[in-house]
Ligand binder design. Structure first.
Ligand code: 4NP
Length: 151
């Protein structure tokens, strides 16, 4: 399975989600691919936010090699599932869909652990470091649910 994690900047939430899911894929011995992207062009080629990197490392996950990129229409062709962090990411991604098949690939990440709940992963960019651990815990549960559902 090919999975894409999407947020706004691709420096806080989605690189963490990519790192967490990659770690679980490796531990489960699965042959999946995972990537992440942002709907904006604000942080192209940048490393993940230092607070995301530090939070990941606290959980023995290294995301320092990841670099920001912008979501592109072609991502609909390559990926099977596109998990977005919040409603605004959803709107921005679905805007680029060519057909219903594309749209059906997109869902809120937190719906994976709590189907139909439509909860957002809060944007931690303008908050303190505590926001990043909260984000990690939400992402971690959702990624467990993804592995359970599709492996
Ligand atoms: P992310 O967080 O979408 O989780 O990567 C943000 C990063 C940067 C900005 C906003 C959110 N920004 O406005 O630059």
């Amino acid at each position: 399975m090919k999975v894409l994690m999407v947020c706004l900047g691709n420096i806080c939430r989605s690189p963490l989600a990519e790192g967490v899911l990659s770690d679980k894929i490796k531990k489960a011995g699965l042959n999946w691919q995972v990537d992440s992207a942002g709907t904006s062009n604000y942080h192209i080629d940048e490393e993940p936010d230092p607070r995301s990197q530090e939070n990941a490392l606290q959980h023995d996950i290294n995301i320092s090699h990841l670099r920001g990129r912008q979501f592109v229409k072609e991502d609909f062709q390559f990926f099977d599932k596109i998990y977005v962090m919040d409603d605004s990411n959803y709107q921005n991604v679905v805007k680029l869909a060519s057909n219903q098949e594309d749209t059906d690939k997109v869902d809120l990440l937190l719906n994976q652990a709590n189907p139909g709940s439509n909860h957002n992963v809060p944007d931690p960019y303008f908050g303190g470091s505590g926001g990043f651990e909260n984000v990690f815990q939400l992402i971690d549960k959702a990624c467990d649910a993804i592995i359970k559902q599709y492996s």
